[in-house]
Structures are given as structure tokens and as C-alpha cells.
Design a protein around this ligand. Structure first.
Ligand SMILES: CC(C)(COP(=O)(O)OP(=O)(O)OC[C@H]1O[C@@H](n2cnc3c(N)ncnc32)[C@H](O)[C@@H]1OP(=O)(O)O)[C@@H](O)C(=O)NCCC(=O)NCCSC(=O)C[C@H](O)C(=O)O
Ligand SMILES: [Mg+2]
Length: 301
């Protein structure tokens, strides 16, 4: 049975090319916080209709994908494929639509209007930022609509258009990654890093997960089930974090009762804003526990 979550973790966002039926069936049992049923980039032109048919069929059998959030990435709404995708999925039991390659506030607002004309309920909207122009305009794009809940980096298209050298430390991408985190956070949106494509290089992928977490991302996209465990783990609070979060909440509460705004724990000054971090860590911890994944907590990374 699907647990009912009060809080939506997005540590992992698995892209599933939708024309491949066995991937959809596999996805039903995977520990991905979110699944992106992709009708766009991973589906070749000659399989666009097959992809829509397979997706509809998979949802007609059962729309259950464990606890995973169900997101459909459609083709750009400026194209016929995009309009056909929207018409095809209008009755599906999904949580969100992911719009690829958003480059302006104006086109975003127009696409949301198009979606609202088709879906009777106000669907959650997510966007890919994956071009130099998209990165430079990330702030105005994020400011444009409260309907956008989540921004997902598209690092392949971006790397390609920036003409950067791809290295394990992602030096060439750091400015863009941080600009998008800044824009998303300024407008209180969730923000997800793009995937790591070197499937066999687990060490490099683990590094990019930790780097994404340290840059402020809520989670990371993944392209193969093999990447799920360690990506989930990188974004899951560890015992040290949980103990520290609990100590901070207790110390600030006690300081407030004593008429002070700050506390001190082991010679470190604790500002009131840290309480927000502590509450976020505990909420994520509780949710992961609810999902039965608490065995991951405490793994040393
Ligand atoms: C990379 C792949 C082509 C590899 O596929 P395959 O050779 O089939 O892998 P395996 O045999 O190792 O698979 C092992 C089992 O896992 C299942 N599987 C594999 N991939 C997926 C998946 N993505 N989702 C669900 N299940 C998956 C296989 O079925 C095997 O299980 P079983 O059948 O029980 O044996 C393939 O992984 C792949 O196509 N990945 C996704 C690629 C993709 O989506 N690319 C585009 C997204 S990234 C992007 O667009 C971001 C942005 O726009 C940008 O520009 O950066
Ligand atoms: Mg792309």
C-alpha cells in the first residue's frame, strides 16, 4: 500500500524512457522518490506515439509506483508532439508535469495556461532549466509563477551548449548550478540536480551527489536503477545530523524560555535560523523512516 506522505522528499528523480515497457514495469518496485515518465529527450521521434500508448497502458493496469511521485515530461508545448502529449495524458493520475527547456517567463506562463485548459485540476508544474539563456533568466522564470514547485537542471544539454569540458569535479558547470539554486531558493522552490551519465563510475557519481547536496540541491536526477541507493543515501540525514538537529531545537527552545535568542552548543553559537535547518532534517528523517528506508540512515558518507 502507498504510504500517505505529509512531506514530499525528492532525493532521487528517476528518468524512465516511456517507450520501453519493461522500464515502466521495473519502475513500479524501485525506491525512487520521484519518477519522470519521459516522453521527450529519451524517446526517439519514431517512438513518440508508442511512448504515449505504453504510458497510458501502464497507468490503466495500475497507477501504483510504490510511494514515488509521478511526473510526466512532455515535449515542448510549442510543438505538435507537445500538444499531442498533453491531450494523451489528460486523464492520467499523475502528480506533476515537467516542461523541458524553459527559457523565458513569458513562454512558461503561456504553457501553464495551455495545461490549465486541458487539466481540470491545477496540476503541479516542474521545469527543466537546461540552456545558457535559461540559466541567465532563472530568476525571472522562478519569479513568474507560484505554480512551479520544482526546478530540475538539465546538465547534458547545458554542458553541450556551454561547450565545457566534462570533468568529474564539474568545474565548468558550477556557476550555472549555483545560479539556478539561488533563483529557485529566492522563490522557495525545490531544486534538483541533473543526472550523472557515467553509469559504471560509481565513485564519480557519489562525488557528484555529495557535491549537489553541498551546493543546496534537494536531490538529484538518476538515469539507471543502479544509481538509486547511493543517491538516496547522499541526501538522507545521518545519525550525526539527527542528533545535532535535536540538540539545536532543544537548545533554542531553552534559550527562548530564558529570554535569549541564541544558544551555545559545544562552544558553537547557534543562531535562530538554524532551527529551520534542524526542522527540515528531522522532517526528512521522519519521512524516510515512514517509507521503511531507515536502514540507510547512519551509512557513512
Ligand atoms: C542507460 C540505459 C539505456 C541502460 O539500459 P539497459 O541496458 O536496459 O540497462 P540494464 O540492462 O543495466 O538494466 C538493468 C535493469 O534496470 C532496468 N532499467 C534500466 N534503466 C531503467 C530506467 N531508466 N528506468 C527503469 N528501469 C530501468 C532494466 O529494465 C533492467 O531491469 P529488468 O528488465 O528487470 O532486467 C537506460 O538505463 C536508460 O535509457 N536510461 C534513461 C536514459 C534517459 O532517460 N535519458 C534522458 C534523461 S536525462 C535528461 O534528459 C536530462 C536533461 O534533459 C538534460 O538535457 O540533461
Ligand atoms: Mg534535456
Amino acid at each position: 500500500m502507498e504510504p500517505t506522505l505529509n512531506y514530499r522528499p525528492r532525493r532521487t528523480m528517476l528518468y524512465v524512457p516511456t517507450h520501453v515497457e519493461r522500464y515502466l514495469e521495473k519502475a513500479r518496485g524501485l525506491a525512487a522518490d520521484s519518477i519522470v515518465f519521459d516522453l521527450q529527450e529519451s524517446v526517439p521521434p519514431q517512438h513518440k506515439q508508442t511512448a504515449r500508448d505504453v504510458l497510458l497502458n501502464a497507468f490503466s493496469n495500475s497507477s501504483t509506483f510504490e510511494y514515488s511521485e509521478r511526473i510526466v515530461r512532455i515535449n515542448p508545448l510549442s510543438t505538435e508532439w507537445g500538444e499531442q502529449d498533453l491531450a494523451a495524458i489528460k486523464n492520467l493520475d499523475i502528480d506533476a508535469i515537467l516542461l523541458p527547456r524553459i527559457e523565458s517567463a513569458e513562454s512558461l506562463l503561456q504553457y501553464i495556461e495551455q495545461i490549465d485548459d486541458v487539466f481540470s485540476n491545477k496540476l503541479n508544474i516542474m521545469i527543466n532549466i537546461e540552456s545558457p539563456l535559461g540559466v541567465l533568466r532563472a530568476e525571472e522564470i522562478c519569479a513568474a509563477s507560484g505554480r512551479v514547485s520544482c526546478v530540475v537542471m538539465g546538465v547534458t544539454d547545458l554542458s553541450n551548449e556551454l561547450k565545457i569540458t566534462q570533468t568529474n569535479d564539474r568545474a565548468g558547470l558550477l556557476t550555472s548550478l549555483s545560479l539556478v539554486v539561488l533563483a529557485a531558493r529566492a522563490h522557495k522552490k525545490c531544486v534538483i540536480d541533473g543526472p550523472h551519465f557515467d553509469l559504471k563510475n560509481v565513485q564519480a557519481c557519489e562525488f557528484s551527489c555529495r557535491q549537489a547536496r553541498d551546493l543546496g540541491f534537494d536531490g538529484k536526477a538518476v538515469v539507471h536503477p543502479i544509481q538509486l541507493d547511493y543517491t538516496n543515501d547522499a541526501f538522507t540525514p545521518k545519525l550525526d545530523d539527527i542528533n545535532r538537529a535535536k540538540a539545536i531545537i532543544t537548545a533554542i527552545k531553552q534559550a527562548n524560555e530564558e529570554g535569549r535568542n541564541v544558544a551555545v552548543i559545544e562552544d558553537r553559537l547557534i543562531e535562530p535560523s538554524l532551527r529551520e535547518w534542524a526542522e527540515r532534517v528531522l522532517t526528512l528523517y521522519d519521512t524516510v523512516k515512514e517509507l521503511g528506508q531507515n536502514e540507510l540512515i547512519g551509512a557513512s558518507r
